[in-house]
Design a protein around this ligand. Structure first.
Ligand code: PMP
Length: 360
């Protein structure tokens, strides 16, 4: 039985994508080979990676000022590559601490230079996005790094600080990339581990403004320099061909759905329905400050931990899996990325009503 998988990542992918990948896994077009057996220099894979990049440009309305890169090592390698490439020697960078992933990025960047943490919601258990709307960078800052959606706490930026061009805004968008319309021109670099909205784990999508590539220290190891990926179209070495192939399929699917604005409408409907259910109940509670609520990860608690455990177990039996909150915060987390259909959320809401009736 195919369930509705609410896991935070790796997360569910569109059914059409999975079915197409299943077919092409063993036999890709007329090649007589499976897709993962194709040479990364061959004509078929060249078409796949070019389509992946073209789809990204179309979906995000990217100008030629930006390069689209595929880099192995997930989002976590970007925590290091960003300061290695972009933190000026002897300079400093600015970071916002909005949760575990943001603070992991901060810890990693701290190995490479001085940092200023210019906003944090740690003292309120990361229940909100720190107020940085009117933030002005300190003189000499190399960049400002934010985490646009905080997967564990269910918080999300609903605005972005406006930055001068020389101090680029950098965003970890691992858990909300391509889920809503953004203007990439507001950013110098955005990156995302693919395993939530884009495809399989282990690979990151990186979109970088080309003038920043030139800033990097030329002594960096080849594989840790953005310029290597730009100069070789992400094909300096053998890339994760299967990840790029699946990403091409997922972005084909997004285009077929009508692009990011159409997907955003569905994401709004899904999250609004869930928050309404929680807000209309005394049984379920959402701990997030309302203006910081995420449209990707909806977290909630029940009156006690035993009921929470029971909820997760019974939901799984009803075909609703992956609902256990992150081990660091507990409770329930429904991750409702692009591939989760509205129907999945409706089934979850019905289950929540039934569970409350029997246990409330
Ligand atoms: N940033 C965010 C916001 C995440 O949610 C995650 C993973 N859940 C990461 C970074 C780390 O990603 P990866 O495992 O691809 O390194």
């Amino acid at each position: 039985m195919r369930v509705f998988n609410f896991s935070a990542g790796p997360a569910m992918l569109p059914k059409e994508v999975m079915e197409r990948a299943k077919e092409e896994f063993c036999s890709y077009g007329a090649t007589g080979c499976g897709v993962i057996e194709l040479s990364h220099r061959g004509k078929e894979f060249t078409e796949i990676i070019e389509r992946a990049i073209r789809n990204t440009r179309e979906l995000l309305n990217l100008s030629d000022e930006y390069s689209v890169l595929f880099i192995q090592g997930g989002a976590s390698l970007q925590f290091a590559m960003i300061p290695m490439n972009l933190l000026a020697k002897g300079g400093f960078a600015e970071y916002v601490d909005s949760g575990v992933w943001a603070s992991t990025a901060i810890k990693e960047a701290g190995r490479f230079g001085e940092l200023k943490v210019i906003g944090s919601s740690k003292s309120t258990n990361y229940d909100r996005i720190p107020e940085v709307r009117h933030f002005k960078p300190n003189q000499g800052s190399s960049y400002l790094h934010i985490t646009s959606n905080n997967t564990i706490y269910g918080t999300q930026y609903h605005y972005f600080p406006e930055m001068p061009r020389e101090v680029p805004l950098i965003a970890d968008m691992s858990s909300d990339i391509m889920s809503r319309v953004i203007d990439v021109n507001d950013f110098g670099l955005i990156y995302a581990g693919m395993q939530k909205n884009l495809g399989p784990s282990g690979c990151a999508l990186v979109i970088i403004r080309k003038d920043l590539v030139e800033r990097a220290n030329k002594d960096l190891p080849t594989m840790l320099r953005y310029s290597t990926y730009v100069d070789h179209n992400s094909l300096f070495n053998t890339p994760s061909t299967f990840a790029i192939y699946l990403y091409a399929l997922v972005t084909d699917w997004m285009k077929k759905k009508g692009g990011i604005s159409a997907i955003e409408e569905i994401n709004d409907a899904k999250s609004e329905a869930l928050y309404e259910t929680i807000d209309n109940s005394d049984f379920y509670k959402n701990p997030v400050e309302p203006s910081s609520r995420s449209r990707m990860n909806v977290v909630f608690t029940l009156p006690n931990d035993e009921l929470g455990d029971k909820f997760v177990k019974e939901a799984a039996k009803a075909g609703l899996t992956g609902l256990k909150g992150h081990r660091s915060v507990g409770g329930i987390r429904a991750s409702i990325y692009n591939a989760m259909p509205l129907e999945g959320v409706e089934v979850l809401i019905d289950f929540m009503h039934d569970f409350e009736k029997s246990n409330g």
